[in-house]
Design a protein around this ligand. Structure first.
Ligand code: NAD
Length: 351
C-alpha cells in the first residue's frame, strides 16, 4: 500500500484555501490533508462542509504565529509537505492595522519554515514547502508592461510588504538551509467563498441589496483577474511538478479597469435578476481613494504556461457568471458573514 503523504495546508478555511483543500482531498485519496486555520473573520468552516467527514481530511484549529502549537503539530503529524496560504489578506485592513499583518504573514511564515526545517533537517528527499504569494509584491505598473518573475520587489502597502518579506524568508531558508521550496505570485482571484470586503463579492452583495457601489478614485485602477478554481488547478500543478527554488507567476491574461468591471457586473446582474437594463449602474458611487493605491497590476504568466502547460480554463464572463450564481444561491452564507462585525467594518471603510 502506498504510504499516505501528509500535507499541511494552512488557511484552508479561507477563500482560496477552501478550494485547494477540496481539490486535494477529493483528487488524492492517498494523501492525508491537514487544514490548519485560526478561523479569523475570513475563515469559515462552512466553506468545507461537503468534505469535512472524509477519512483523509483533518481540521486543526490553531494560529501559525503560535510557536508552541505549531511545533506540537509538526512533531505529532510529521508533514511531508506544506502548502501555505494562511495570511491576513486585505489591503484596506493592513492600512488600519499593519501589525497583525506582520505577525501572521511574516512571523507565522517563519514559524512554519522553522518547524519544517527542524523536522526534516537534511533529509529533504521528497519534501516540499510551497508558499502562496501575490503579484502585489512587485508594486505598481504604469500604463504598459507586465510583471515577470524577474521584476524587482517594490511593495507599497503594509499587506504587500508583509507578503514580500515572507517571500524573502522562504527564499532565504532555501539558500541557507537547503529547504526545498517553491513560490507562486498570483493576480487577483474571484469566485465562490470570497469574503465580501473584496471588490467582486462586495459589489455582488451591494447590487443584490441595491446599495451604493463604492468605486475608489476615478475607477481607472487596473487589475488582472483569475477564477479561483484556475488558481487551485495551478497550485496542484506547481506542488507536484514545479521545480525547487523556482517562482512562477500566475495570472488570467485578463486586465480590467475597476470601473469597466463594475459596469460588466451590473449588466450581468441586471440580466440575472430580471432588472431593467442599466438600473444597477446607477448605484455607482465614487469614493475617496485608498492611500498608496497601486495603479495597475498585470501578470506575464508565460513561464507556468510554457513549463507546466497551465492556462486558465474559463473565460472571464463564464467565471463571473458562475460566481454571481453562487452568491445568489448562497444568500444564507452571505447573510451570515455580513452580519455583526462586518457592519462596523463597512461603516468605517466607506462612510
Ligand atoms: P482569506 O483572507 O480569504 O483567507 C485567509 C485564511 O487564513 C482564513 O481562513 C484565516 O482564518 C486564515 N488565517 C489568517 N491568519 C491566520 C493565522 N495567524 N493562523 C492560521 N490561520 C490564519 O485569503 P485568500 O484570499 O484566500 O488568500 C489566501 C492566500 O493567497 C494569502 O496568502 C494571500 O496572500 C494569497 N493571495 C490571494 C489573492 C487573492 O486575490 N485573494 C491573490 C494572490 C495571492
Amino acid at each position: 500500500e502506498l504510504k499516505k503523504r501528509k500535507i499541511l495546508i494552512t488557511g484552508g478555511a479561507g477563500f482560496i484555501g477552501s478550494h485547494v483543500v477540496r481539490r486535494f482531498v477529493e483528487k488524492y485519496p492517498n494523501y492525508h490533508i491537514y487544514n490548519l486555520d485560526s478561523l479569523t473573520y475570513a475563515g469559515n468552516l462552512e466553506n468545507l462542509i461537503d468534505i469535512e467527514e472524509k477519512d483523509n481530511y483533518t481540521f486543526l484549529h490553531g494560529d501559525i504565529s503560535d510557536e508552541k502549537y505549531v511545533s506540537r503539530i509538526f512533531n505529532e503529524y510529521q508533514f511531508d509537505g506544506v502548502i501555505h496560504l494562511a495570511a491576513e489578506s486585505h489591503v484596506d485592513r493592513s492600512i488600519s492595522n499593519p501589525l497583525s499583518f506582520a505577525r501572521t504573514n511574516i512571523l507565522g511564515t517563519m514559524i512554519l519554515l522553522n518547524n519544517f526545517r527542524n523536522l526534516w533537517g537534511d533529509k529533504w528527499g521528497g519534501k516540499r514547502f510551497y508558499h502562496i504569494s501575490t503579484d502585489e509584491v512587485y508594486g505598481t505598473l504604469g500604463k504598459t508592461g507586465l510583471f515577470t518573475e524577474e521584476t524587482s520587489y517594490e511593495p507599497n502597502s503594509p499587506y504587500s510588504a508583509s507578503k514580500a518579506s515572507s517571500d524573502h524568508f522562504v527564499r532565504a531558508y532555501g539558500e541557507t538551509y537547503s529547504l526545498p521550496y517553491v513560490i507562486t505570485n498570483c493576480s487577483n482571484n474571484y469566485g465562490a467563498n470570497q469574503f465580501p470586503e473584496k471588490l467582486i463579492p462586495l459589489f455582488i452583495h451591494n447590487i443584490i441589496n441595491k446599495k451604493p457601489l463604492p468605486v475608489y478614485g476615478d475607477g481607472n485602477y487596473t487589475r488582472d483577474w483569475l477564477y479561483v478554481i484556475d488558481h487551485a488547478i495551478a497550485i496542484d500543478l506547481v506542488y507536484h511538478r514545479g521545480l525547487d527554488k523556482q517562482t512562477y507567476n500566475i495570472g488570467g491574461f485578463n486586465e480590467w479597469k475597476n470601473l469597466d468591471l463594475v459596469k460588466l457586473l451590473c449588466k450581468l446582474m441586471d440580466e440575472k435578476l430580471g432588472r431593467q437594463t442599466n438600473s444597477s449602474e446607477k448605484l455607482i458611487n465614487f469614493v475617496k481613494d485608498r492611500p498608496g493605491h497601486d495603479l495597475r497590476y498585470a501578470i506575464d504568466a508565460s513561464k507556468i504556461q510554457k513549463e507546466l502547460g497551465w492556462s486558465p480554463s474559463v473565460t472571464f464572463e463564464e467565471g463571473l457568471s458562475k460566481t454571481i450564481d453562487w452568491y445568489l444561491n448562497n444568500e444564507e452564507w452571505l447573510k451570515n458573514v455580513t452580519s455583526g462585525a462586518y457592519q462596523q467594518y463597512y461603516k468605517e471603510q466607506y462612510t
